[in-house]
Write a protein that binds this ligand. Sequence first.
Ligand SMILES: Cc1cc2nc3c(=O)[nH]c(=O)nc-3n(C[C@H](O)[C@H](O)[C@H](O)COP(=O)(O)OP(=O)(O)OC[C@H]3O[C@@H](n4cnc5c(N)ncnc54)[C@H](O)[C@@H]3O)c2cc1C
Length: 253
Amino acid sequence: MRPDGGARRRTASTAAVVASVTPLTPRMTRIRLTGHGLHGIGATPGQTVKLLVPGPDTGAPVSRDYTVRGYDDAAATMDIDFVLHGDGPAATWARRAEAGQTLEFVGPSGRYWPDPTADWLLFVGDETAMPAMLAMVESLPEHARAYLYLEVADAAEEQPVGTAARPDVRWLHRGDADPGTSTVLEDAVQEAALPPGHGRIWVAGHTPTVHRIRAHLLEARGIDRRDLYVRGFWGTVSPARRSRPTRAVGSGR
Ligand SMILES: Cc1cc2nc3c(=O)[nH]c(=O)nc-3n(C[C@H](O)[C@H](O)[C@H](O)COP(=O)(O)OP(=O)(O)OC[C@H]3O[C@@H](n4cnc5c(N)ncnc54)[C@H](O)[C@@H]3O)c2cc1C
């Protein structure tokens, strides 16, 4: 459960304006949204918003899930980090975004938050999960023992992880392999020596990959389902829709 006891669920959309577009790495760009409507929405970094971006063909809006990477109520700004992965509607919108453009979104929503009292916390994911992972890790107190396994294309896609908790970060490079085709992430989890004590594990990213990691953690490692949160972020659903969450295990959003 989040420290604020859970967010309000919003179903009406909020209109925002692009304030700035900042490339973070060759394949990841940060878009800062602003607008009066952002005041008081109670977003917390790590929560999810449903962006309404122009769809293919008619341009009718389609919904895509993205993570609140940063939120400033006083300034009425919200940052979202986009993987520029290809020609999906959201990635295309982000690639072409310019200051002054409008964007509607629904949310925020999401109740998952890492338990800072756990003996250790493990976060596993690819680039799409990085905004959520970094937001959660940045929230941890200094004494938290956190481990991050992050799949990215190469060293140019790595981002600074500046947090009080000083997590142990493992960057896993898939190299020239297409996203979703590499086993570097699951191989690393299979080889990981999990620390003793009562840990909590969060896994998100390419859906078939995270499902295989879930199976390994449950079946080969004997992890208790209640200590495991797994969510597919992309890779199995037709581009035409995408508003319902994929299956999740454990407590979470
Ligand atoms: C809760 C949640 C939070 C998320 N947060 C973020 C976030 O903060 N930043 C972010 O970038 N993504 C995030 N995602 C993932 C994002 O919603 C998907 O990548 C989404 O498919 C992108 O939409 P699209 O319109 O660009 O492509 P779609 O129209 O959905 O897909 C088009 C094609 O591209 C493929 N594809 C989709 N994503 C990728 C990818 N990353 N790499 C390679 N191929 C891909 C699809 O399999 C499909 O074949 C999140 C997902 C969820 C469920």
